[in-house]
Design a protein. Structure first.
Length: 88
């Protein structure tokens, strides 16, 4: 059965199609160091180096919020009716 699924002719998703999956329904919680914040949140300045932070990202990778608490990121997702998933 698995071999049949692997050999099926289902075309792969494009990057754009993949980004739309879960749009408006799924959010990703991404742990990150404060040194990485500027990549996703260029408007944020003056964060002390060495902090463990958590970014909440939309299904398409768009940044939604930044916090120092995973629980706060999860609560924000639920508050906005998004299903949170972890991103490693």
């Amino acid at each position: 059965m698995i071999d049949q699924i692997k050999s099926s002719t289902i075309p792969p998703l494009s990057a754009e199609q993949f980004a739309l999956l879960g749009g408006g329904h799924i959010a990703y919680v991404k742990p990150m160091r404060s040194e990485e914040v500027q990549k996703l949140f260029p408007q944020v300045e003056g964060i002390r180096p060495g902090l463990q932070l958590f970014a909440l990202l939309g299904a398409d990778g768009s940044p939604l919020m930044l916090t120092d608490s995973k629980d706060a990121a999860l609560a924000n997702a639920w508050e906005n009716e998004l299903q949170p998933v972890s991103l490693h």
